[in-house]
Ligand binder design. Structure first.
Ligand code: ZN
Length: 278
């Protein structure tokens, strides 16, 4: 069955302002209940924290070998305002615990992320390049394979991120500003099954859908969506969460870096926090 993104059905819709090239625009994530079994989430760069949608997981057949990747650099740096305990708690909520959508209990209590590098097909989407550059600059190592899928037929891609323009999921009646971009299993879809192979490796073909006819995703929203695709499932402070902090805030970087500073499948108790200066 199709699974839809679900961001915090228990919380009311909240709005926030984001600045982009067009000035301050209103961004908000709203949960829309389509039916008893069909819940989806908006992802316009801001939004609420997430929670699990109690639906059956639908992992796909592994198409790539699992196994632990080589450890990545984890050079400690001075705390950048968010304590290690806070970073670990945020990482736990959005990824490690695995109770939230789209983990749905799979590989609970451990690091779930891609084996690097992550193949990317940009489809000529220019905004993908500075976003990937920014992520690699912050993490300090190569994250993306930008070449192997460049000319691949999308239908043949079994592992990697595929950018599309104009395919953000916009449900009937949805605020276009609230549904400016999303991550899903298919263009124009709100569903993300989060294909994984043991011990918690993200895989599959994931679409990064940017824009709808009434909203253009800015640079921060693009980074935000890649963050989702890399394993940040639900929103948190610094990731479209609290305090009107926009699509990405100071907490985003160390949480993302922490996931990628630890081997896939690392149990929470063994996770080494990676501090990143904003
Ligand atoms: Zn989001």
């Amino acid at each position: 069955m199709r699974i839809f993104l679900n961001y915090d059905p228990s919380a009311p819709a909240r709005s926030r302002a984001l600045s982009n090239n067009n000035g301050s625009i209103e961004m908000k994530c709203r949960m829309v209940l389509l039916s008893a079994a069909l819940v989806l989430a908006a992802c316009g760069g801001g939004g609420d924290g997430g929670s699990a949608e109690p639906v059956a997981p639908t992992p796909t057949t592994p198409t790539t070998p699992g196994g632990l990747p080589p450890p990545e650099p984890a050079t400690p740096v001075a705390p950048a305002g968010t304590t290690a305990a806070e970073i670990l708690a945020l990482a736990d909520a959005t990824n490690l615990a695995g109770t939230s959508y789209p983990w749905n209990g799979r590989f609970a209590g451990m690091v779930k992320r891609w084996r690097l590098p992550i193949p990317v097909k940009t489809n000529g989407e220019a905004r993908a390049v500075p976003a990937m550059d920014a992520i690699e600059a912050k993490l300090g190592f190569t994250v993306f394979d930008r070449t192997s899928l460049a000319n691949a037929d999308e239908t043949t891609i079994t592992r990697g991120l595929v950018f599309r323009q104009g395919t953000s999921y916009l449900p009937v009646g949805g605020n276009p500003r609230s549904f400016c971009a999303n991550v899903s299993d298919a263009p124009l879809s709100g569903g993300w099954s989060a294909s994984m192979v043991s011990p918690g490796e993200l895989t599959g073909r994931i679409y990064v859908n940017l824009d709808n006819p009434q909203c253009v995703a800015d640079a921060e929203i693009v980074i935000h969506e890649i963050g989702h695709a890399m394993g940040l499932a639900t929103h948190f402070k610094g990731f479209g969460g609290e305090d009107d902090d926009g699509a990405i805030g100071p907490e985003f970087w160390p949480v993302l870096a922490t996931l990628y500073a630890n081997p896939i499948g690392t149990p929470k108790a063994s996770v080494v926090v990676k501090q990143i200066k904003d």
